[in-house]
Write a protein that binds this ligand. Structure first.
Ligand SMILES: Cc1cc2nc3c(=O)[nH]c(=O)nc-3n(C[C@H](O)[C@H](O)[C@H](O)COP(=O)(O)O)c2cc1C
Length: 183
């Protein structure tokens, strides 16, 4: 994987792909599925994530303050749903779903080799966790597998059905107010 600037995290997240979140507590890595997330700020890049106390990942994230947001593609669709329907309390999900953990640079949580991209994150603010389960994360590094054949991300419709990325509409010439955001 090649590194992208952490400030570009919004380009991966603004379209709202379903994501996987890895944590690592006491040397035990885990993965959950997450649909509720949003970009909050460009610089430093802040991401809001809803991770509830019903998730094993919640206590790991509170305890360690670190995670990785991994971006899966449509070829992983069934695995993504199944990861969100079992708990790290009971199973080692890397083993069960035959996924490969790779060491991150700055956080103990692992990257997922089979994903298109991985964002290393650190918890920046927990002030809304008690009320909304809303963790504010800062993206620190992004790793992207740009040569990956399947690049279509999945978008959760809220009920276990998904849309897959379709055609790209290139309207960059109309972005007159936002030239600085162009690739
Ligand atoms: C499509 C999908 C989207 C989900 N989105 C979220 C979410 O945004 N926040 C959350 O707390 N749980 C979400 N979940 C539920 C967790 O992934 C699920 O509770 C999982 O078992 C947690 O794993 P863990 O206990 O190993 O942390 C989602 C599940 C699915 C299938």
């Amino acid at each position: 994987m090649n590194e992208l600037p952490a400030s570009q995290a919004y380009r991966l997240l603004e379209p709202g792909p379903i994501v996987l979140v890895t944590t690592s507590q006491n040397g035990k890595p885990n993965i959950m599925t997450m649909g509720f997330h949003m970009m909050i700020q460009h610089a430093p890049p802040l991401i809001g994530c809803i991770i509830g106390p019903w998730d094993h990942s919640y206590s790991a994230l509170r305890a360690t303050g670190e995670c990785v947001i991994a971006i899966p593609t449509v070829d992983l669709a069934e695995v993504v749903v199944d990861i969100g329907n079992c708990s790290g309390d009971a199973v080692n999900k890397f083993d069960r779903f035959d996924l490969t953990p790779q060491p991150a640079s700055d956080v103990a949580a692992p990257l997922i080799k089979e994903c298109l991209a991985n964002i290393e994150c650190r918890v920046a603010d927990t002030s809304l966790v008690d009320e909304y389960n809303l963790f504010i994360l800062e993206a620190e590094r992004i790793w992207i597998d740009a040569g990956r054949k399947e690049q279509r991300t999945m978008h959760h419709r809220g009920d276990g059905s998904f849309t897959a990325d379709g055609d790209v509409l290139d309207l960059r010439e109309r972005m007159v107010k936002w030239r600085h955001l162009q690739r």
